[in-house]
Design a protein around this ligand. Structure first.
Ligand SMILES: [Zn+2]
Length: 533
């Protein structure tokens, strides 16, 4: 960067006054990407960042700096939720003042105010804290020179428009700062970033002399525990990076800060390193929270070609001829989705899968849809039930996971026949770990989170299937779902394509969850596997 002509630049003045979260000097030497951002005086700045990268420290410092050096200035700081505001105030804003006695004296005097909704310094400068995730009514009609919104991915567009109106009385010197973490490509965070000059941290390669493209998935490899050149694969040094606008004509400033450009990044550390998260997180969560990239709306979750690559050269196992050594000493898990009458699609069919939990994989041994002339049109309620009980015995099944449906008596009947090996499950729309509900005696499974994880495990090849000819009709069930993003709830959900069956997908999900619950902390390959949020 060129030297500033007049006086000391902003970052130097800030460095004299403020400290980081640990109370130490702000470290721009090993975090050079923050320099230009701290120095950026532009009226419009967007930061799209990974989590835990220093965003809150930046926000707190720039807010206090502006309040201290300008008399009677006014700032509106908006978050989606009240709890986010409280946390920002308690953990980032107040510590900056309280650990610096000079600052404390300068900041507060007789006329000062300092509460959860407002801070007023003795020089007349004010900060209002608003939460606008569900409604922007409280901020309507307020006036502020600087408008800041944090965690904008959780704020609906129209609520952001309301607080932007607050700067209407400062047409010449209003300022805007928007920060947050990516969600999918239709989310406000990514839309705001697209509408800027799109600064990316571009790192040259000392080996092949090429500039690397903006940090992306091509910079990740489970075998390489360092940042490498996407071209020649040699290590590259993030300290040598520089901000390069990808949309240079745009006057609005926007910076993308993926975790990988931080030279202090840890690549492996039990469950906390970049590559650990790459293995544990769902694909979308990893893209959003580590790479600061949007997940793509409407993208294929997985292809039939990928699924068929997990098929092995073996038939569906014959229940009359199950080799003892195949099922001894391993957890054998069955999953059932019962037939039910749908209003639109006619009659669905009961489906079962039986799997073995191996050291590295879940091996699907057997699957069957109870359809065809033998089952259709026969009114014997015990026909399918008897066959299922026979399969449980033949494969030595340890656990049978079956979905709960209101009014469905099949589960009770099966439970009477196979006892405590039977486990009932139900999906919930909430966001919580898989949990046992002792009142209703069944597992409650968060649908979106668990399916995110299932697709992640499927793509990683964690499941193996019988040969392609036998498996394809089941695997196509997996292609019949898509994710839908609800703008109002800022939440994603899985939907089924009209009329198509997704039953086998649910069986795989039940099987994965059963395996995790069965093994608990002793899960062979999922020891560190938990629902992180
Ligand atoms: Zn290179």
């Amino acid at each position: 960067m060129s030297k500033k002509q007049k006086g000391v630049d902003l970052i130097t003045r800030i460095g004299h006054i403020f400290r980081n979260k640990e109370g130490k000097r702000l470290d721009f030497d090993t975090r050079p990407y923050w320099k230009q951002i701290y120095n950026d005086m532009s009226r419009y700045v967007v930061l799209m960042t990974s989590r835990q990268i220093g965003k809150s420290t930046f926000q707190a410092i720039r807010i206090l700096f502006e309040m201290l050096v300008t008399r009677n200035t006014s700032i509106l700081f908006a978050n989606a939720k009240k709890t986010q505001n409280n946390e920002f105030r308690q953990r980032s804003l107040l510590p900056q003042i309280y650990r610096n006695r000079k600052l404390l004296r300068a900041a507060f005097g007789k006329s000062s105010i300092n509460n959860a909704k407002m801070m007023k310094l003795s020089n007349g400068s004010t900060l209002h804290l608003e939460h606008i995730g569900t409604s922007a009514d409280s901020a309507r009609g307020s006036s502020a020179r600087t408008i800041i919104a944090d965690e904008v991915q959780d704020i609906p567009r129209e609520n952001l428009d309301v607080i932007m109106e607050s700067a209407a009385s400062f047409p010449k010197d209003s300022k805007y700062r928007f920060t947050g973490t990516c969600k999918d490509d239709r989310n406000l965070m990514y839309q705001l970033f697209l509408d800027t000059c799109q600064f990316e941290w571009i790192i040259p390669c000392a080996s092949c002399q090429e500039d690397n493209p903006p940090i992306g998935m091509e910079h990740l490899d489970l075998e390489r525990e360092y940042l490498f050149c996407s071209e020649c694969k040699k290590p590259i040094n993030s300290l040598e990076g520089r901000w390069v606008a990808q949309n240079p004509k745009c006057k609005r400033m926007g910076y993308r800060i993926p975790r990988l450009i931080d030279p202090n990044t840890v690549w492996r550390n039990s469950a906390d390193g970049i590559l650990d998260k790459y293995e544990i997180y769902s694909r979308n969560k990893f893209l959003n929270e580590v790479m600061a990239l949007p997940s793509i709306h409407g993208e294929d979750l997985i292809t039939l070609q990928e699924l068929e690559s997990f098929c092995e050269d073996r038939p569906i196992m014959d229940p009359d001829n199950v080799p003892r050594k195949e099922i001894e000493g391993q957890a054998i898990i069955a999953a059932i989705d019962w037939a039910y009458n749908t209003k639109i699609g006619g009659v669905s069919h009961t489906i079962i899968s039986i799997a073995k939990v191996e050291h590295e994989h879940i091996k699907i041994l057997y699957m069957k849809r109870f359809s065809g002339p033998y089952y259709d049109g026969r009114n014997d309620p015990d026909l399918v039930l008897n066959e299922i009980v026979g399969l449980v015995a033949a494969f030595g099944v340890d656990w049978v996971f079956a979905d709960h449906r209101i009014g469905n008596k099949e589960n009770q009947r099966l439970k009477q026949r196979i006892g405590k090996r039977f486990v009932e499950v139900e999906y919930s729309n909430g966001s919580h770990p898989v949990r046992w509900k002792s009142d209703s005696k069944r597992y409650s499974i968060p649908k979106t989170e668990s399916l995110d994880r299932l697709f992640n495990q499927l793509r990683a090849g964690r499941f193996t299937f019988p040969n392609v000819d036998a498996s394809t009709e089941y695997l196509t069930d997996i292609l019949n779902v898509y994710t839908h993003y609800n703008d109002e709830l800022t939440r994603r959900s899985y939907e089924r394509k009209g009329g198509a069956s997704d039953d086998f997908l649910d069986l795989l999900n039940f099987t994965l969850i059963a395996a995790i619950q069965y093994y608990g902390d002793n899960m062979p390959w999922l020891g560190k596997y938990s629902y992180q949020d």
